[in-house]
Write a protein that binds this ligand. Structure first.
Ligand code: FAD
Ligand code: MG
Length: 467
């Protein structure tokens, strides 16, 4: 490839047009800065992406839920007049454990409410007691990103799997915690054997299931949001242009793609850490940052969206929320918008289950998912209107989902290199955030923070531009 002459000068180049990059760019543009957003894919939004089905029903292929303490995201929804509805939860939930199926009038996902699911008292108490011990350890962590300190190092030397086996007595208690790690909380998702105990505790502290992050859904889906933000960024976004190289000096960056190179006073790299690590930096980044990004894998999951003419499970008094140690699907959740009347189930195949499942043929994969849904909700689950797999680990510009997680030893030995800017290079993306990392809320937080840091460092230059 022959390098072309730099095209033009910008105040800031944002690499990655996911929610975080879009928010950063929008905020900088609102301050009058000259901004360019460069996106690798043929669309904006990254992990915030939707699709309109022929039935008129939207599905969210990436994230979809919002919770009551995610204030930045709620403000954004209000700003764009996006209406929310309670995540459908009325009726009996289903638990399948070791082949037994329970319908129960309660809920448990870290915190619990209502009736327990019908497993024995010993099993239930085992799960809840372990959860309470875990929650206490999590609450006791210091604020912010975990860094140094004896306690931190000890917690970071263990896997969550070790802690689970030390702290549960029954197979149910053990599975329940493992399920939490694979399907719901602590970011990732990951197998408990893959993740640092410290990271799991930190995940629960800063993105707590007890704050009900899956409380509400959006009419029209989260996937509508990127283009609303981008309205303020017309002609500032370039698609289909993967960034390869970042050349940098004190107050200067040159961002190189296959199509050209672009000069600016600063850059915001708004993508998951391992992808930021894929870029070539000239001169090289400090050793700690280079090695850190080699050690932050993305979680492993496929999101499967299955639609039906109606939410048929409600006729049987079921809520459409099911969890269990089925062969493939450990979590399925009713995502039907009451305004369309279409039945939508979001199902997840994660971690070790995913790694086996993705080897099956496409018809075997579909059959296996629908069979598990039929165990949860009954035989009508076998006859969907549409079936859609969103295979996040196959997307090279994301590398997995929902988000990244830390294996043992990473936070305590190099975590301090995660978020600080390096010269004119600033880092954004939900993984940078110390509130709700892995969620839309964290993406907005890190986008906002990176924009204000850029503003701060460019304030002198901005004055000279406005003269
Ligand atoms: C299946 C799934 C379910 C989820 N559920 C929820 C949920 O219910 N609620 C919630 O709050 N969150 C959820 N999340 C998480 C949420 O979607 C993310 O936290 C958020 O969208 C991340 O935004 P981001 O901007 O940080 O990163 P991304 O959206 O990953 O954006 C990064 C961007 O960088 C681009 N890029 C990568 N490499 C390059 C390159 N070399 N050059 C240029 N551009 C590049 C990518 O194409 C992408 O557009 C879910 C995620 C997934 C995958
Ligand atoms: Mg590298």
């Amino acid at each position: 490839m022959t390098e072309k002459a730099p095209k033009t000068g910008y105040d800031c180049i944002v690499v990655g047009a996911g929610l975080s990059g879009l928010i950063a760019a929008r905020n900088l543009k609102r301050e009058g800065l000259k901004v360019l957003v460069i996106e690798a894919q043929n669309r904006i939004g990254g992990r915030m992406v939707g699709k309109l089905l022929p039935s008129g029903q939207w599905i969210d292929q990436g994230g979809q839920w919002v919770g009551p303490t995610q204030h930045r995201f709620l403000n954004l929804l209000n700003e764009y007049h996006i209406k929310r509805f309670a995540s459908p939860s009325e009726g009996l939930k289903v638990l399948v454990f070791d082949g037994k199926r329970y319908e129960f009038n309660g809920f448990f996902q870290g915190y619990h409410e209502g009736d327990p699911p019908g497993v024995s008292d010993e099993e239930w108490n085992d799960a809840i007691n372990a959860w309470n011990r875990f929650k206490k350890l999590s609450d006791d962590l210091p604020q912010g990103h975990p860094h140094f300190g004896d306690d931190i190092e000890k917690l970071d030397s263990d896997t969550l799997a070790r802690w689970i086996s030390d702290n549960t007595k029954t197979p149910f208690g053990n599975w329940y915690f493992s399920y939490m790690c694979r399907a719901v909380g602590f970011s990732g998702p990951s197998e408990p054997k893959e993740v640092s105990l410290l990271h799991a505790l930190y995940g629960e502290k800063v993105a707590s299931q007890s704050e009900a992050p899956e409380a509400e859904l959006l009419h029209g889906g989260a996937g509508q949001i990127p283009s609303l933000i981008a309205k303020e960024l017309t002609s500032c976004i370039q698609l289909n242009e993967p960034v390869y190289t970042i050349k940098h000096a004190d107050d200067f960056v040159e961002v190189v793609t296959q199509k050209g190179s672009y000069k600016a006073h600063s850059a915001i790299i708004a993508m998951p850490p391992h992808l930021a690590g894929h870029l070539l930096y000239e001169p090289p980044l400090p050793a700690l940052r280079e090695q850190l990004t080699q050690r932050i894998p993305m979680g492993t999951c496929c999101k499967i969206l299955v639609t039906y003419p109606t939410p048929f499970w409600r006729e049987k008094g079921l809520a459409g929320i099911a969890i269990g140690n089925n062969k493939w699907v450990e979590l399925a959740a009713d995502s039907s918008d009451p305004e369309t009347g279409v039945g939508v189930i979001a199902a997840f195949v994660s971690c070790d289950r995913y790694r086996k499942w993705q080897n099956l043929s496409s018809s075997e994969r579909k059959e296996s998912v629908l069979s598990d849904l039929a165990i949860y909700f009954g035989s009508p689950a076998m006859s969907p209107t549409t079936y859609e797999e969103v295979n996040w680990p196959r997307n090279s510009y994301t590398g997995g989902g929902y988000t990244a997680y830390m294996p043992p030893g990473v936070w305590s030995s190099m975590g301090q290199a995660l978020s600080p800017a390096i010269g004119p290079i600033h880092w954004a993306g939900t993984e940078m955030s110390d509130v709700w990392p892995g969620f839309f809320e964290g993406a907005i937080n890190s986008g906002e923070l990176s924009a204000s840091n850029v503003l701060l460092s460019l304030s002198n230059l901005k004055q000279s531009y406005s003269k």
